[in-house]
Design a protein. Structure first.
Length: 358
């Protein structure tokens, strides 16, 4: 840094401010420092800096199913936000397994990340307790850590919401968007609307189930537990769950699938039985994805703001690092209803409607 300062004709402190964005520097002076860095081939020693500042300028990201397009887009949002502020990422897949999730959290903490961004499992108690005990700045994303409303199956998560109160969280709206899918199908005349729900215990599963019931109530339809099947948030289980619904004496005439992987499983089950969408069964799905409008028919879906969720998680974490004692925040971002043709509506130019942030 002394060599860079001498070459640029500035103080070492000015070089530090340029490198660390700790104070505004005049554009001409900044450019002189950057040119000197380029000419001299100077590379900041992050490890040495961390010994002085007790910061590694790194973020640990723990999300399951990184190959899932939804989480891939979240990753893109996190990465863009981190790089914009000079942070690197350490990425791990907890596999939605509470034991593995705890190990991942411990390993990231041992590598002295400045904070973590985590998509929690259905039973995150051990991880939440570890993060709280060690005061690790953490943001939970996609799934909130609290007892999910109206979850049709027990989650065994007593006390998680109390400990989670110290952490920031960001996720999409789930209840009203799911209700919108149900009321849309009901408005088309369907009276037996099935739901392929996600993994029990996840907040997204409980909230989308609550939305399903709200939608039925809004349409004046009774809740029939026989029309609910769990797809465990993945394709193969959703295929089996859809087959179960189709085997009923009075099967559903319309179906809501609660994430993109389960949509694929449901479509496989329908194809195996030679059934067409929407001719034999109307379909709406939670989670839009890049090729949803390439299916025949094109899929009517709820689109989550996945990149924005990732970017907001970084912003919340950096705010927490800057002000460790501020009150925790929970942000819910609006989704968009993308109207296509799998619901049974005539083909039309694709359009979407978005709700409000709550």
């Amino acid at each position: 840094m002394v060599d860079v300062a001498r070459s640029a004709g500035v103080s070492v402190a000015t070089v530090s401010h340029v490198l660390n964005d700790t104070r505004p520097v005049l554009p001409g002076t900044r450019q002189a420092v950057l040119s000197a860095i380029e000419e001299l081939g100077y590379i900041p020693n992050t490890l040495a800096r961390s010994l002085v500042t007790s910061r590694t300028r790194s973020i640990g990201l723990a999300v399951s199913a990184i190959s899932n397009p939804y989480f891939t887009e979240i990753l893109q949002g996190v990465e863009a936000g981190a790089l914009e502020h000079g942070y690197s990422l350490l990425i791990a897949d907890p596999h939605d397994d509470p034991e593995h999730e705890l190990k991942v959290g411990q390993l990231l903490h041992e590598r002295r990340v400045d904070g973590m961004i985590v998509a929690p499992s259905a039973d995150p108690d051990a991880l939440v307790a570890y993060l709280g005990r060690h005061s690790v700045p953490t943001v939970f994303l996609d799934r909130v850590v609290e007892a999910p409303p109206d979850d049709p199956s027990p989650s065994g998560r007593a006390g998680a919401s109390d400990r989670a109160g110290a952490f920031d969280q960001v996720c999409a709206e789930n209840v009203e968007p799911t209700a919108q899918l149900v009321t849309h199908l009901a408005g088309l005349g369907h009276r037996r609307i099935g739901l392929v729900a996600g993994r029990p215990g996840l907040s997204t599963t409980g909230e989308r189930f609550a939305g399903y019931r709200h939608g039925l109530a809004a349409a004046g339809l009774p809740y029939d537990e026989r029309l609910l099947a769990h797809g465990d948030s993945e394709s193969a289980a959703a295929e089996r769950a859809t087959a179960t619904l189709l085997s009923l004496a009075a099967p559903p005439t319309a179906l809501v699938t609660a994430n993109n992987a389960m949509t694929i499983g449901a479509l496989r089950a329908l194809r195996e039985r030679g059934l067409s969408v929407p001719g034999d069964l109307a379909l709406c799905c939670f989670d839009d994805f890049a090729w949803a409008d390439l299916f025949e028919p094109r899929l009517t879906a709820i689109a989550q703001p996945s990149k924005e969720i990732g970017a907001e998680a970084v912003r919340l974490l950096l705010d927490r690092l800057a002000a460790p004692d501020r009150p925790a925040r929970v942000l819910r971002l609006p989704c968009a209803f993308v109207h296509r043709t799998s619901c049974g509506c005539p083909d039309q130019p694709e359009k979407s409607t978005k709700g409000n942030v709550s």
